[in-house]
Write a protein that binds this ligand. Structure first.
Ligand code: ADP
Length: 307
């Protein structure tokens, strides 16, 4: 390949200064653009103290519910205006609905800037849902395109200074979790959500293995929909076989963060766009969320990210 047709090798060092670069004459701008994008990403991430991804082995276990309520819990607990959610579920985004932000759109600014939608207690939200024309419009994208949009959500959005960014990932171990792990090298860790069923327990082990293989710390496992506390008499009824999350955590030597019981208000509030824990201050599920928040705070305070 001659110097004039030489393609830029992404692994070559680039300092973004074309004048001093002896390959600049053959550089087709790809390398410079990549360098600038990386710098932008670094700058944005540098303003966010803690980044936590929420994952699950399979769908329907309450991962987005946990993300929305954790974000709200942190915002209520000394981090008002300092919490963000990146809804990285490109195909099935539902954070906007859960936080009452349905129908809003991301606003643009000069130079390709994007501004997050701001919800209650100043929670900043970015989601594919804000870009879709209606609920019926599917996103039919392959991996590289999804990675690019997640990168733009991180580097082109004006997140500002945040204490916590929660990343809601789609279920499983596919493109989006890999992209997030790659794009956020200083991720504090992942919270893994499961529910009491053998099917869910089997796949949660895959999520643990996945996190370990890509070198992301595991903050811990949450068992959601774990039993039901009767609102009349306070008796605990185990609708499903509970305790699997704790068992797996012990078996795999992963911290167990806690069990969140089934509460019809969790579902009703999500459907109505109301953050459950802000509306139900004394329910057993709220208490469970609060205890989990304490454990996450303890984890991020005691685990300096050096990766
Ligand atoms: P995922 O993100 O894992 O696909 P969701 O967060 O969308 O799952 O939750 C699936 C459904 O279960 C939603 O309707 C949600 O409101 C409901 N749900 C989640 N957790 C609870 C809970 N602890 N009690 C009652 N309903 C719940």
């Amino acid at each position: 390949m001659t110097s004039t047709t030489k393609q830029v090798n992404a692994t070559e060092e680039c300092n973004g200064k074309c004048d001093s670069c002896n390959t600049s004459s053959s550089c087709n701008d790809q390398k410079k653009q990549q360098y600038e994008q990386e710098q932008k990403l670094k700058l944005k991430l540098g303003k966010i103290k803690h980044k936590i991804a929420i994952i699950s082995g399979k769908g329907g276990v309450g991962k987005s519910t946990v993300t929305a309520n954790l974000a709200m819990a942190f915002a209520m607990n000394k981090h008002e205006n300092q919490v963000g959610i990146l809804d990285a579920d490109i195909h099935g985004p539902c954070i906007p609905k859960m936080l009452g932000l349905k129908g809003q759109t991301l606003k643009g600014g000069p130079g390709g800037l994007l501004f997050p939608v701001v919800g209650k207690l100043g929670i900043k939200v970015v989601s594919m849902d804000f870009l879709l024309p209606n609920d019926e419009a599917p996103v039919i994208w392959r991996g590289p395109l999804k990675m690019r949009v997640i990168q733009q959500f991180l580097s082109d959005v004006t997140w500002g200074n945040l204490d916590y960014l929660f990343v809601d990932l789609p279920p499983g171990t596919g493109d989006e979790p890999l992209s997030v792990a790659q794009l956020i090298p200083d991720l504090d860790g992942v919270v893994i959500v499961t529910m009491p069923s053998e099917v869910s327990e089997a796949v949660v082990k895959k999520a643990v293995t996945f996190a370990r293989q890509i070198g992301v710390p595991i903050i811990g496992i949450i068992e959601n929909m774990s039993g039901f506390v009767c609102p009349e008499c306070g008796a605990e009824i185990n609708i499903f076989r509970t305790g699997g999350g704790k068992r797996i955590a012990d078996d795999l030597s992963v911290p167990y963060l806690g069990s969140i019981p089934i509460d019809p208000n969790v579902c009703n509030d999500s459907d109505n766009g109301l953050p459950f824990i802000a509306e139900n201050k004394n329910s057993p599920a709220t208490k469970a969320f609060r205890e989990i928040v304490e454990k996450i705070e303890h984890f991020v305070a005691s685990e300096p990210v050096e990766r």
